[in-house]
Design a protein around this ligand. Structure first.
Ligand code: NAD
Length: 500
């Protein structure tokens, strides 16, 4: 990275292609904004389809001619451990930068960085563990099954967890021996750029990891379309996921998708109410609600409906909204003005469609927060399944609450969605908890908690929330091809075409 000349003190960040830090082939740049103040904090190179092609060719060369795919697993593990170590040494720097660029409260950014370090270590450890299989088959043959890297992987991530989403993608793909063309969200390149500095210093060979910055419809689209990209792994909105799938048809590349959600959080009358209230708020207001797995639909059993709402709203009133860099802040700004306006539009629609607003609903327009993109924690009650705010992902601090009378109705409401990313149930009845969670059509579920997720377990969605899984051994396997090798133990001609 370098400082721009001509008297500007704004940092300028470049792309990392074929082992070099470079500007865009078009010379274009983009302003990067602090969402807490609206101020420009940096400029970033704005890549082009040509830059994507250069990066893909570098990744292809590094994979085949460079021999990366044949690098011993123990060496790939060493490099990933080195990256984890550097990230740990620079933890606070990364947390501060993440908050500056994304807006999230520092305590969340610190959590993300430590999770990213753990993810590198998990896959560094896993790199040397995969085993193959052998089968007893007829005809004097032996069959073996081995896993091999897929090749050049395009990876595209969103802005809500810029560092963590990057590591979730990079670590398993590198552990499995692939080369990478990576794209951050255009709004949040800062920590990914620093992360690529770390990968460079760790010693990944030239061309193995490439970073192209820029717009989704240009850089992302070019990655998804490119015929020398063997797999594309995408995290983002469901509509974009559909475009990626279409763009990938040209060479039928492998596609994994981590998409949106509108996840149900069900609370039964026999739940521990303090715990359920606490997690209901954490489920929707962590990261300002900009979480794919957010518990954005709260379903309450009717006998506790009024009391639960009263206690939850009272607690939510005291959430401290402020700049993420202020240690006291519990909720920060939304990512951008455009996104904030989208969230405010949903709030307007909620009111128009007859939902009852019991908390928040506004942008904060006074005092120190007026130039940032701050929206109050917002809660709607008396909502119905037909309402737009119940059906669509808002991706902001907006909770919609519905009432149910029994288990069957809770499940009917919970599953009444095109999404299937996450879901939770709160009850002290063990059998009911398991009975209910088993019937939730979602990939990530919790009993008596919301949000905790671990590198060891697979992450991904049912229905239109995605395709494939990240994390855990499933996430590793998603970056491999499976090959069968048949070994003839009885070397002699078949005689198939011999004359009688
Ligand atoms: P988005 O789909 O607009 O953008 C995500 C990424 O895709 C960005 O890097 C963007 O530049 C790129 N992109 C945009 N158009 C593209 C195109 N035509 N071709 C290729 N790439 C393109 O999403 P967002 O607004 O950045 O993020 C919010 C969405 O991400 C929400 O729907 C959220 O639920 C989802 N999300 C899902 C997960 C998960 O694990 N399932 C995690 C985080 C976010």
């Amino acid at each position: 990275m370098e400082q721009l000349s001509k008297g500007s003190s704004t940092e300028h960040v470049k792309m990392f292609i074929n082992g070099e830090w470079v500007n865009s082939s078009s010379g274009s740049t983009r302003d990067i904004v602090n969402p807490a103040t609206g101020e420009v904090i940096a400029t970033a190179a704005e890549g082009t389809a040509e830059d994507v092609d250069t990066a893909v060719q570098a990744a292809k060369y590094a994979f085949y001619d460079g021999g990366w795919w044949d690098t011993p697993a123990v060496e790939r593990a060493r490099l990933l451990f080195a990256a984890a170590q550097s990230l740990e040494e620079r933890m606070e720097e990364f947390a501060l930068l993440e908050t500056l660029n994304n807006g999230k409260p520092l305590r969340e950014a610190r959590y993300d960085v430590s999770d990213a370090i753990a993810c590198f270590r998990y896959y560094a450890g896993l790199a040397t563990k995969p085993t193959g299989q052998t089968y007893e088959v007829p005809d004097g043959q032996q069959a073996m099954v081995v896993r091999e890297p897929i090749g050049v992987c395009g990876q595209i991530v969103p802005w809500n967890y810029p560092l963590l989403m990057s590591v979730w993608k990079l670590a398993p793909a590198l552990a499995a021996g692939n080369t990478i063309v990576f794209k951050t969200a255009e709004l949040t390149p800062m920590t990914a750029v620093k992360l690529f500095e770390i990968l460079e210093q760790a010693g990944f060979p030239k061309g193995v990891v490439n970073l192209v910055l820029g717009q989704g419809s240009v850089v992302g689209q070019a990655i998804a379309e490119h015929h020398d990209v063997d797999k594309v792994a995408f995290t983002g909105g469901t509509a974009t996921g559909r475009k990626i799938m279409e763009a990938s048809l040209g060479n039928l590349k492998k596609v994994t998708l981590e998409l949106g959600g509108k996840s149900p959080n069900m609370v039964f009358a026999d739940a521990d109410m303090d715990t359920a209230v606490d997690y209901a708020l954490f489920g929707i207001f962590a990261n300002q609600g900009q979480v794919c797995a957010a518990g954005s639909r709260l379903l309450l059993e009717e006998s506790i409906y009024d009391e639960f709402i009263e206690r939850m709203v009272e607690k939510a009133r005291h959430i401290r909204v402020g700049p993420g860099l202020d240690e006291r802040s519990q909720m920060g700004p939304l990512i951008s003005e455009v996104h904030m306006n989208k969230v405010l539009d949903y709030i307007k629609i909620g009111k128009q469609e007859g939902a009852k607003l019991v908390l928040g609903g506004n942008r904060i327009t006074e005092g120190k927060l007026k130039d940032g993109y701050f929206v109050e924690p917002t809660i709607f009650i008396n909502t119905t399944s037909e309402m737009t705010i119940v059906k669509e992902e808002i991706f902001g601090p907006v909770l919609v609450v519905q009432k149910f009378s029994d288990e069957a109705e809770a499940l009917r409401l919970a599953n009444d969605t095109i999404y299937g990313l996450a879901g939770a149930v709160f009850t002290n009845n063990v059998a009911k908890a398991y009975r209910v969670i088993k019937k939730v059509r979602a990939g990530i579920t919790w009993i008596n908690s919301y949000h905790p997720t671990y590198n060891e377990a697979p992450w991904g969605g049912f229905k239109q929330s995605g395709n494939g899984r990240e994390l855990g051994t499933f996430g590793y396997e998603a970056y491999t091809e499976v090959k069968q090798i048949n070994n003839n133990l009885n070397i002699q001609p078949t005689g198939w075409f011999d004359e009688e």
